[in-house]
Design a binder for this molecule. Structure first.
Ligand SMILES: [Zn+2]
Ligand SMILES: [Zn+2]
Length: 331
């Protein structure tokens, strides 16, 4: 399913297209794709809020099996089940890369953004940017762990949350419903803010102490908060209910509208912080996948066919997917 031009998703811009099979370079593998998750970032790409290199095959939550090896591959063998995530490559030499902040590398390349991704039968990936998948997950269950899960884990890590502290989650989609499970595992108390009653009920089922609407006052101040919503208004709401010295993490790549003016005394005074999260590192995935298997976190998924990619993304835009949407590509 190829994106050739920026367009509203309602116009169904992804088109089924025949492309030649990709050929792996010396350290690359050709992967036969089993499933690929759908993500809000794809909507940002399709609708032009971020600019992919066109034409592009989208998709960065890929589970597949190694079908062809480049001559220098040593970390994987034919038939291995593996995952590919948003980080497709980074230079490995700059100071960001050397300090483990490869997500900030100037040569960072995103899967399904700079390089063709997983809305397809085959793709290629360097052996250094692929991950073995713990056995306890099915292909469809593992897929959302690669983005919604691993990026959620990064959001949670960057929030600086500690055991026994209070965490607020604004928005309760695919990422948040994984984050709550990790936070509970770490002994945190979780408060969920969402407009959807269905999502509030799911939050309580997954262990939230309290669930309310985005502008509601929680019973306790929040040591940390993560904003998963695409709207600017959430930022002042979240800052207002933050504890002194608390940190708000912004998890989305772009907000659909601007953040309203902040009141310094009410929103920022008392050492409150705001931090955004960009991309993901390999270490996030290497740490998160085994942790998810240990807890265990089994994502709820709703499956679609590859040719239904436009419809799946439209439902995602309308907030109508329960858990995570996954395209099933082959058995
Ligand atoms: Zn994603
Ligand atoms: Zn670099």
């Amino acid at each position: 399913m190829v994106l050739k031009e920026i367009s509203a998703i309602e116009k169904k811009p992804l088109k089924m297209t025949d492309l030649p099979n990709p050929v792996p370079g010396p350290k690359e593998m050709m992967v036969k794709i089993s499933v690929c998750g759908v993500c809000h970032t794809e909507l940002d790409e399709i609708e032009g809020r971020i600019q992919p290199k066109l034409p592009i095959v989208l998709g960065h939550q890929i589970i597949g099996r190694v079908e062809r090896l480049g001559p220098e591959v040593i970390k994987f063998k034919l038939g291995d089940r593996m995952g590919i995530a948003w980080i497709n490559s980074a230079c490995g030499k700059c100071h960001f890369c050397q300090e483990g902040n490869e997500n900030l590398c100037l040569e960072f390349r995103g899967t399904g953004y700079h390089a063709h991704g997983g809305y397809a039968q085959y793709t290629v990936i360097s052996e250094n940017f692929a991950y073995l998948i713990p056995e306890r997950f099915s292909d469809a269950e593992a897929s959302p762990l690669l983005c919604a899960g691993a990026i959620g884990y990064r959001d949670l890590r960057l929030s600086g949350i500690k055991k026994d502290q209070t965490l607020g989650l604004f928005g309760f989609g695919a990422s948040a419903h994984i984050v709550i499970q990790v936070a509970k595992h770490w002994g945190c108390e979780v408060f969920v803010f969402t407009r959807s009653e269905e999502h509030r009920n799911l939050a309580k089922k997954l262990g939230a102490t309290w669930a309310g609407k985005p502008e509601d006052e929680p019973p306790k101040k929040l040591n940390c908060a993560i904003d998963f919503t695409p709207v600017g208004e959430t930022v002042p709401h979240a800052l207002k209910v933050l504890e002194k010295g608390g940190r708000l993490v912004l998890a989305v790549i772009r907000k659909r509208n601007s953040i309203p003016p902040l009141d310094y005394a009410q929103h920022l005074w008392d050492e409150k912080e705001i931090k955004s999260v960009a991309n993901i590192t390999r270490k996030d995935l290497q740490d998160f996948l085994p942790l998810a298997a240990e807890i265990p976190i089994i994502p709820e998924v709703q499956e679609f066919k590859l040719e239904e990619a436009n419809d799946a993304l439209m439902l995602l835009k309308q907030g109508k997917i329960q858990g995570a949407g996954v395209l099933k590509i082959c058995d």
